[in-house]
Write a protein that binds this ligand. Structure first.
Ligand code: NAD
Length: 256
């Protein structure tokens, strides 16, 4: 494996499981010093146990809490001296008929998925300007279109995808590239309990994926690493689908 991130300091939010854990491992494999963020230490410690201790820092914080995020960033800069790459991955989901979902639920999912991105981005941008760094937001294909039954989640990820575009325009001149990945169906802690409860949902989803399967978190991590690397030095402001081809379809039925 190449080592594109030797000496780079990378913050990954929501690094205790799923896409975040796989992303932290990928950056670490390629030489980075990774900061594992999540709400609780134990899950982060499990991930850290698979990494070398001198290139790994565990720093719990709730990304929806602006003060906690400020403290996290202060700690990282004090201990590691800089920030090169930020992966805004922490997220949560909610599903159900629009009229049945309580407003409290809207506030909770926005607090993590959107305020979380706002808080971490605001707190780290000055450091990224200094390092000429990069932000990767983990949006979703649900940020690029609608899904029946995912209205609140769609609204949060639409916000993340368009914030990515807007900030990419604003901060390009300061040397910071800002992109998003838009995963489709990935097997993680977020989705597995749902698929275990509703196996027919997984079957329906996989039938709609041209590659015929859901993906592993590592298949997202590799794309995040690519976007953060110099290999993607002229890519800015994109929302890159990682969806096995779902977005290639008009949504119409097959003609063959
Ligand atoms: N799994 C999928 O199919 C899929 C598809 C598209 C997008 N995504 C997005 O990928 C991202 C990662 O999700 P995942 O599927 O790996 O799920 P996951 O549940 O395994 O990971 C999410 C992580 O975020 C952490 N987290 C939640 N709230 C937090 C908070 N307030 N502060 C700090 N950390 C917090 C959780 O503890 C968890 O470790 C999310 O933004 C999700 O919306 C997932």
């Amino acid at each position: 494996m190449s080592r594109r991130f030797d000496g780079k300091v990378v913050i990954v939010t929501g690094a205790g499981s799923g896409i975040g854990a796989a992303t932290a491992r990928r950056f670490h494999e390629e030489g980075a010093i990774v900061v594992l963020n999540g709400r609780r230490a134990p899950k982060l410690q499990d991930v850290a146990a698979t990494l070398t201790a001198d290139r790994c820092m565990i720093r719990p914080a709730d990304v929806s809490n602006a003060n906690a995020v400020e403290d996290l960033v202060t700690d990282v800069v004090r201990r590691l001296g800089k920030i090169d790459i930020v992966v805004n991955n922490a997220g949560t989901g909610t599903a159900g008929p629009f009229l049945d979902l309580p407003t409290q639920n809207w506030r909770e999912v926005f607090a993590v998925n959107v305020d979380g991105v706002l808080n971490v981005t605001r707190a780290t941008l000055a450091h990224l300007i200094e390092s000429k760094g990069s932000i990767i937001n983990v949006s979703s294909i649900s940020g690029l279109g609608g899904d029946r039954g995912l209205s609140f989640y769609n609204a949060t990820k639409g916000a993340v995808s368009n914030l990515t575009r807007s900030l990419a325009l604003e901060f390009a001149a300061k040397g910071v590239r800002i992109n998003a990945v838009c995963p489709g169906t990935i097997f993680t802690d977020l989705t597995m309990p749902i698929f275990e409860r509703f196996p027919e949902l997984l079957q329906r989803l996989q039938e709609r994926i041209p590659l015929g399967r859901a993906a592993r978190p590592e298949e997202v991590a590799g794309v995040i690493a690519f976007l953060a690397s110099d290999d993607a030095s002229f890519i800015n402001g994109i929302n890159l689908p990682i969806d096995g081809g779902v977005g290639a379809s008009t949504g119409s039925a097959s003609f063959i």
